[in-house]
Design a protein around this ligand. Sequence first.
Ligand code: F6P
Length: 361
Amino acid sequence: MKKIGILTGGGDCPGLNAVIRAVVKSASVKYNFEVIGIEDGFDGLVLPNKTHVLTPWGIRGILPVGGTILGTSTRANPFEYKVIQDGVHEVIDVSRDIMRNAESLGLEGLIVIGGDGTLRIAYELYNMGCPTVGVPKTIDNDIPATDVTFGFNTAVQVATDALDRLHTTAESHHRVMVVEVMGRYVGWIALETGISGGADVILIPEIPFSVDKVCDKINSRKKSGSRSSIVVVAEGAKPIGGEVTVISGAERGGRAERLGGIGSKVGAEIEKCIDMEVRVTVLGHLQRGGTPNAFDRLLSTRFGVTAVDLIANKRFGEMVCLKGQRVESVSLKEVIKEQKTVPTEEGLVKTAESIGICFGR
Ligand code: F6P
């Protein structure tokens, strides 16, 4: 029986378990492959006793469950792996160990579910001879070559539900509500949430903003009788000539840069130039946890099935992707080149501006 491995790397998102389930089911139903679950991202191929067989019976009930039954890690980069040797922290390359361990497990294919960082590792391992296939995940929707990643739709729904709730309390108290959403260096979550949730201002990394323009918008709404305003701020948004607001910097062999805090900054700046109270809400990991919606369950299932097909057809070094209505595949090489940012002069930004939403420009 052919054996294939599966792991989830990077931050979690709704729909990971739905992919795992689809992989295990289609591997069994369509190909009679055995699936080996690798725990905690690439850690599972470095450290001992972190793999187990996944059977269709064993994955019952996980379709609607958030997170990942395999666990994940945002720090387990085999090319920059943090270890403690003789009491000293060091960063070493353990990629050869990964290759050896994958081989000794008898893996004839390795499905790597992850965001940009994890997919880059999958590509580098592929170049070393590891039979990897990528599945793109992230609530940020910043992976190129796929129209959308699973997890994004659910995150937008969660944030839109939050906006619906904030509208009513904002209206009661004649307040401005600033809502900080995730998305790292791209504004997809903020943009789609802002439009779907009826925001008045949306601030995204792709369009550096002027606080004066934001205040003009809120003041003109007040003059025309609006009792409240909603401002959606992407965590990566920055003022014209300014920098992204960070909680902590990146560490080699460790965590990535952590963004956060721009919501409070914007709230404080706005309060100086308008005669209304301002309150700030940071949605944070609420956008990432919990059950995937129907769209994401469907996309995850389609991605999982296609990933197994790629392995069966020995199409290694590729990533599954959505193009229009079709699930296809693309070379991982194309994926790791850049991030998918929001186009600022077309599409949804223009739609938003056509209905009066201000981007602070
Ligand atoms: O990439 C997904 C994401 O949720 C980003 O939107 C956010 O900046 C980051 O991960 C948060 O990471 P962590 O869970 O490590 O704080």
